[in-house]
Design a protein around this ligand. Structure first.
Ligand code: RFL
Ligand code: PHB
Length: 389
């Protein structure tokens, strides 16, 4: 089998890259280790920056997002019950789109199926070869048979635990990492959201987030210890704890019900540099992880593959290596800005087990500054809504 670009991973990064390359007439094959249903069963991101929305629309996969997504003009922060709304329109003239990653993925899968471009699901033992030479290859096993794909380039879009980054010799890679001493316990419930906008709540018992997927489906998160056992978090315990951490008036409106999904995600900041090794590129979570507090992970996947598709289009259209040579530095600039913001939001809002009362006072002072200073609020909203490409 032969293609121009082999894409490893059918998450949002891989599927969107396939779509953007298709628009430039570039052939791709996507190899995914799981089934399509499994990929759609993962509940993850909910917030899209303006830029991600624009890219999805230009890729021709934005119709359902525009019809069903919720446009948000602001966000709330709450500290020990004190609540402050920040208006994106007023502060930075932008907005965000609340539309689940599951739906983005579903829309991208439907577009790929309609185009007839191949995606090979349940590909086992995916292995990358010869990406430092002119003819890279990818091998995998399916139905007990080993198969091979010869290509011009490989795009590693296979997430944090994927094979692509691991295929790079250790000496060629610099990795930066911070692991936070807590995780997020998330619950999805078919009930109207507690509030029309997201509430990020900092509380002495720990952080909580009220988010949503639609007018009838809500998503809530609680900061929990890294040792937390999900079996010990019954729905009742979750709702009781959430009520304690969010502002009292919001808690009074909370509509609860049986959880339809419940999972714990560890919080981590991670960057691998560079993002290109010969004819292999890394994009999305394969290259970097941000803690979810800043809502940046999916948005970075979108910006990475936008840059990468432009670089590859330039190569195939003009035989120019300029975009390919510049991909890593261009993407890393945006990645590090998102890393900084996600680290800052995480530090501002969570309880750290080893922190002193002094540091709690600093968090409160930072919140006070955000409420009081238009410049500080603008800086936060500028990063939250995402700068243009
Ligand atoms: P994905 O989505 O992990 O997809 C990678 C795909 O590669 C496949 N794969 C392999 N395929 C072949 N061979 C192998 N060896 C393979 N290994 C893995 C996997 O099965 C998978 O299908 O990475 P991608 O495409 O880079 O997308 C990144 C996003 O998923 C991620 O950054 C976001 O979900 C992060 N995130 C959020 N981002 C936002 O922008 N806004 C948010 O509000 C937001 N909230 C979140 C989040 C992530 C969370 N969790 C669970 C980590 C909330 C949570 C709780
Ligand atoms: C979500 O709705 O899943 C979500 C929203 C905002 C975040 C993280 C997750 O910062």
């Amino acid at each position: 089998m032969r293609t121009q670009v082999a894409i490893i991973g059918a998450g949002p990064a891989g599927l969107l890259l396939g779509r953007l390359l298709e628009q430039h007439g570039i052939e791709t094959v996507i190899l995914e280790q799981r089934s399509g249903e499994y990929v759609l069963g993962r509940i993850r991101a909910g917030v899209l920056e303006d830029l991600s929305r624009r890219v999805l629309n230009e890729a021709g996969v934005g119709a359902r997002m525009e019809a069903e997504g919720l446009v948000h003009d602001g966000v709330e922060l709450a500290f020990d019950g004190a609540r402050q709304r920040f208006s994106f329109h007023d502060l930075v003239g932008r907005e965000v789109m609340v539309y689940g990653q599951t739906e983005v993925t579903r829309d991208l899968m439907a577009a790929r199926a309609a185009s007839g471009a191949p995606t090979i699901y349940e590909a086992e033992n995916v292995a990358l070869h010869d990406f430092d030479a002119a003819r890279p290859r990818v091998t995998w096993r399916k139905d007990g048979v080993t198969r091979e794909l010869v290509c011009d380039f490989i795009a590693g879009c296979d997430g944090f635990h994927g094979a692509s980054r691991r295929a790079v010799p250790e000496a060629a890679l610099t990795q930066f990492e911070r692991v936070y001493p807590f995780g997020w316990l998330g619950v999805l419930v078919d009930q109207p959201p507690v509030s029309p906008e997201l509430i990020y709540a900092s509380h002495p018992r720990g952080f909580a987030l009220c988010s949503m997927r639609s007018a009838m489906r809500s998503r809530y998160y609680l900061q929990v210890s890294t040792e937390a056992d999900i079996g010990e978090w019954t729905d009742d315990r979750f709702w009781d704890e959430l009520r304690r951490r969010i502002p009292a008036e919001a808690a009074g409106h909370l509509r609860t019900g049986p959880s339809i999904e419940k999972s714990i995600a560890p919080l981590r900041s991670f960057v691998a540099e560079p993002l290109r090794f010969g004819r292999l590129f890394l994009a999305g979570d394969a290259a970097h992880i941000v803690p979810p507090t800043g809502a940046k992970g999916l948005n970075l996947a979108v910006s990475d593959v936008t840059y990468l598709s432009q670089a590859l289009a330039q190569y195939y259209g003009e035989r120019s290596m300029a975009g390919i040579d510049g991909y890593s530095a261009r993407a890393l600039r945006r990645i590090w800005r998102a890393e900084r913001f996600s680290w800052w939001m995480t530090t501002l809002l969570h309880q750290f087990p080893d922190r002193s009362p002094f540091e709690r006072r600093l968090q409160l002072a930072e919140f006070d500054h955000l409420c009081d200073s238009r410049a500080a609020a603008q800086a936060m909203c500028d990063s939250y809504t995402g700068s243009p490409l």
